[in-house]
Design a protein around this ligand. Sequence first.
Ligand code: LLP
Length: 442
Amino acid sequence: MANSLNQNIKPSTLRVNEKGNLEIGGCDLTELADKYSTPLYVMDEATLRGIMRNYKDAFKAYPNVNMMYASKALMTKAIAKIAADEGFGFDVVSGGEIYTVYSAGVDMSKTMFNGNNKSVEEINMAIDYGVGRFSVDNFLELSLLNEIAKSKGKVVDILLRITPGIECHTHEYIQTGHLDSKFGFDLTQLDEAIDLIVDEYKNINLKGLHAHIGSQIFELQVYYDEVGVIYKEMKRIKDKYGIELSEINLGGGLGIKYTDNDVPPSTYEIAEVIISSVKKHVAELNLHEPKIYIEPGRSIVGTAGVTLYTVGSSKQVPQGRKYVAVDGGMADNPRPSMYQAVYCADVANKPLETDKEVVTISGRFCESGDILIKNIELPKLEEGDVICVYNTGAYGYSMSSNYNRVLKPAMVLVNNSQSDIIVERESYEHLVSLDCVPDRLK
Ligand code: LLP
């Protein structure tokens, strides 16, 4: 079966150029570091579009599929434009994500609003902005949504989020589909929700069921099983209520290759498993083929993104590790300290250098846990070298902070030897722009 770009560690356009430097999208990474300063997030448009096309291609055999890019992995207006241009809709989970995709001018009917504690303000906003579907997570939301929709004279289309009880072998914090989860209706609560919709909530139109089993998943069987759990419920609901639901949302989760130890399936494998499971269950249970939603996030933007850092100080612990510090760290990429995530890197200005040593790349933040990469073999590093950390496109910028009052990096989009800023570097003025000093302190 064909490969897809989530199975590579590096962006598809990465190469060593005639100057002996790394380039991505035809742009020399050392020149990008000079021009835009570091830390710098770099997104490769060719890889980004490439993986979206891998998904579309993979699901060709089942045209009734809606790809909803999971904004939480990385959302900026330019990213929204590209995803919309490739025909993707959006999984959004906050007023901020709704506002960003709306500002980018995307078709709001192709958005699905997820989340376990949507506020009244966000629900109002979602209805006013024309969000296409709500994935309703709990009883409070069901009643609020009905009330707010009623006050606007609208009927909103929803899916019910269920907890499918499927465990996958990913980091505990990013598992969501197992039974002890804060997300979704337990299967034993589903009928109570449907009773309310059928009997009372006339401003809610139930279209289907939604589940999401976790993130950075390498297994295929869990998707097969997830469809099975959803279909068991679909059949039960049809038999009990006479309602045949027409939509299923299987969430996201396809893994990416951070290191050689990671062996994620391709988009083609995941599509085949999903489609075969849907067809089998539909045939066995004598139901209609549904509209399928999938919500990939990490696998869309992860591999397309790298982060550039400049090397600063270093410390050789006597008889111990050598720490080499860079100008970013846990504020621009909290994943190593939060999830013990492991990344690969190269040195952009001397990728082919053979004189190597094992070092630990530390960040610049005031915390011992601020380590980006432990024990990596790299060409001997000197102050001013530019390190390129791979696979940082997902959940890096989107989870970044201003810890230590450090400015958030810029993000550039590269393609065909052109680089464009898609997120500006913060300035110190930005940093204090929301601070207020009460008069009595002046
Ligand atoms: N749909 C739902 C309902 C989700 O909760 C998520 C991710 C996705 C889709 C997208 O999943 P993906 O395709 O990106 O795996 N911050 C963590 C990941 C948290 C994922 C949360 N939900 C990390 O950096 O690993």
